[in-house]
Write a protein that binds this ligand. Structure first.
Ligand code: DGY
Length: 428
C-alpha cells in the first residue's frame, strides 16, 4: 500500500464520528490545533469531514470567544488521559461551554488558515461563514485577553498552550517556581503507559509538577486575566507567526464574505510591527522568545529561531542567513530543539525530535520565497521519515538514525493528514 493510502487509513481509524482523535489511547479526545491540521488532510480525502471536524471543535467554544485546547467529548468513556475533564474542571470559568467539558488553555490559532483552505476548495459557504464568525470571535478574545500591552503579541501562560510542551525554552521559567511548592503536587500520569520507552520519549514527572502547578494557578484565576504576579508569561515566535498567518487568511476570506475586516487589519498591523523588536536578535541572526516577567529574550536554540519563515516575516537575505544555521548533512530539517543546546534530547517529544506539522509549515513558507531546492529537500526528507518509520508523532532529528526513529503516539493523525497535503499539494 502506498503512503497516501496508508494516510487515509490512519485518518479513518482515528475518526470518532464527529471529530478525529490525535492518537488512540494517548490522546483520546479532540485537540485544538491537531484538529486544524487534521482537517487539511480530510479536505483532500473526505471533505465533508473537514467541515464537521471544525464544527465540532467550535461547538466547544466558550461564551467569551475562547477556544480550549482539549474538548473532552464522551469523557466518561475514555480513561487513558490525564489531566482529565474533572481535573481541569472548566466550570471554574463563568464563560465555559455548556455543551462539552474542556481544558482552560488554548493552542496556536491555526483555524483561519484552515477555513481559507476550505473556502478555496469550494466547501459549503454558509457553513464556512458560521465558522468564520466563530474564529473572528476567538481572535477578538485573544487580542482582548492575551496581548501584551499594545504590542498585539500574544503571551503564553502555559507551556501546553504553545503546543511545544516540554521545549527547552520553558526550562528557566519553570526553574523559578519554588521546589517546595512543586513537591506538594500529587498526580498519577497515564501517558507513560500508552507509549514505548516513555522514560526517554515523554516529559519527566518533575516536568509534570510544573505543568499541573500552572494549571491549578490558572484555574484559581478562572483561566483568564492572569495578573502581573503570574509566573509564566512568554511571547513566543511560533504562536505569534501562526497568529499572523491566520489573521491574513481571515482578512482575505472576510473580504470575500463581505465582512468588515478593519479591526482584524488594525490588529494584524500591531502584531507585525512589534514582531522584530521583541523576537529578532540581529547579533545572532535568529528569532527568540521574550520572557515578559524578566523583560528579556530567552536565548535558546529551537525551532522558533527559524519559524517566522512560515509567514514570510524575514526578507530573503535574512532567510538565507537563517538556513545557514541548519546542518543539512547531519539533520532532518527542522529539529524542535537544535543539537548542542542545553537540554537537547533527540528522542524526547519537543526537546529535539522533528515534527511533521512544523516541517509542513516551514515548507509552505520556503515555497513562497521560491526556495524550491530546499523546500523540495524538506518535503522529501519528511515523507521519507514517515515512509521508513511509520506514522509516528515525532522523529529522531539525526539523519544517520536508521532504526526506531519514530516515537510517541503511533498512527498519529496530523502526521497522516499532512503527509496527504505534502503529496497532494503540488498536484492540485
Ligand atoms: C499532552 O498531554 O501531552 C498534550 O500534548 C497536552 O496538550
Amino acid at each position: 500500500m502506498n503512503l497516501l493510502q496508508k494516510s487515509f487509513e490512519v485518518l479513518d481509524k482515528n475518526w470518532f464520528g464527529k471529530y478525529t482523535i490525535p492518537a488512540n489511547g494517548l490522546y483520546p479526545f479532540q485537540w485544538n490545533w491537531d484538529s486544524g491540521f487534521i482537517a487539511l488532510g480530510w479536505l483532500h480525502y473526505k471533505p465533508e469531514r473537514a467541515l464537521v471536524e471544525m464544527e465540532t471543535l467550535f461547538s466547544g467554544q466558550w461564551k467569551n470567544g475562547f477556544l480550549p485546547h482539549i474538548l473532552f467529548h464522551d469523557y466518561q468513556k475514555h480513561s487513558t488521559y490525564f489531566p482529565s475533564a474533572d481535573y481541569w474542571d472548566s466550570s471554574a470559568s463563568p464563560f465555559a461551554s455548556d455543551v462539552v467539558r474542556s481544558s482552560g488553555i488554548t493552542q496556536p490559532p491555526v483555524h483561519g488558515i484552515i477555513l481559507e483552505a476550505m473556502y478555496n476548495r469550494r466547501l459549503d459557504v454558509g457553513r464556512i461563514e458560521k465558522l468564520y464568525d466563530q474564529t473572528v470571535d476567538y481572535h477578538q478574545w485573544l487580542y482582548a485577553n492575551k496581548a501584551y500591552k499594545d504590542t498585539g503579541l500574544m503571551a503564553i501562560w502555559h507551556n501546553w498552550e504553545s503546543g511545544m510542551d516540554n521545549s527547552v525554552i520553558w526550562d528557566d521559567v519553570f526553574s523559578r517556581i519554588p521546589q517546595k511548592i512543586l513537591d506538594r503536587i500529587e498526580f498519577s500520569r497515564k501517558d507513560v503507559n500508552q507509549v514505548e520507552n516513555s522514560a526517554e520519549t515523554r516529559p519527566k514527572n518533575s516536568d509534570y509538577k510544573g505543568y499541573l502547578y500552572l494549571l491549578n494557578e490558572l484555574k484559581d484565576r478562572q483561566f483568564q486575566n492572569v495578573g502581573s504576579d503570574y509566573p509564566f508569561q512568554v511571547l513566543e515566535p511560533v504562536f505569534n507567526t501562526i497568529l499572523i498567518q491566520a489573521s491574513r487568511s481571515l482578512i482575505r476570506l472576510g473580504k470575500k464574505l463581505n465582512r468588515d475586516v478593519s479591526t482584524l487589519e488594525q490588529q494584524l498591523q500591531m502584531t507585525e510591527s512589534h514582531f522584530d523588536h521583541y523576537f529578532w536578535s540581529a547579533g545572532d541572526h535568529l528569532y527568540y522568545p521574550f520572557d515578559v516577567v524578566l523583560q528579556e529574550k530567552i536565548y535558546k536554540k529551537y525551532i522558533g529561531n527559524y519559524f517566522p519563515i512560515y509567514a514570510s516575516l524575514p526578507d530573503l537575505d535574512r532567510v538565507k542567513g537563517l538556513l545557514r544555521h541548519i546542518d543539512l548533512d547531519l539533520l532532518q530539517m527542522f529539529p524542535s530543539v537544535t543539537p548542542g543546546e542545553i537540554g537537547f534530547e533527540p528522542k524526547n517529544y519537543w526537546r529535539g525530535p522533528v515534527w511533521i506539522n512544523m516541517n509542513w509549515m516551514i515548507w509552505k513558507g520556503l515555497k513562497i520565497y521560491k526556495l524550491n531546492k530546499v523546500a523540495d529537500r524538506l518535503k522529501e526528507s519528511t515523507l521519507d521519515l514517515v515512509q521508513r518509520n511509520g506514522f509516528y508523532e515525532y522523529f529522531n532529528p539525526f539523519k544517520n538514525e536508521t532504526s526506531n526513529a519514530g516515537y510517541g503516539g503511533a498512527d498519529f493523525s496530523w502526521t497522516a493528514a499532512l503527509v496527504i497535503d505534502f503529496i497532494k499539494d503540488d498536484k492540485e
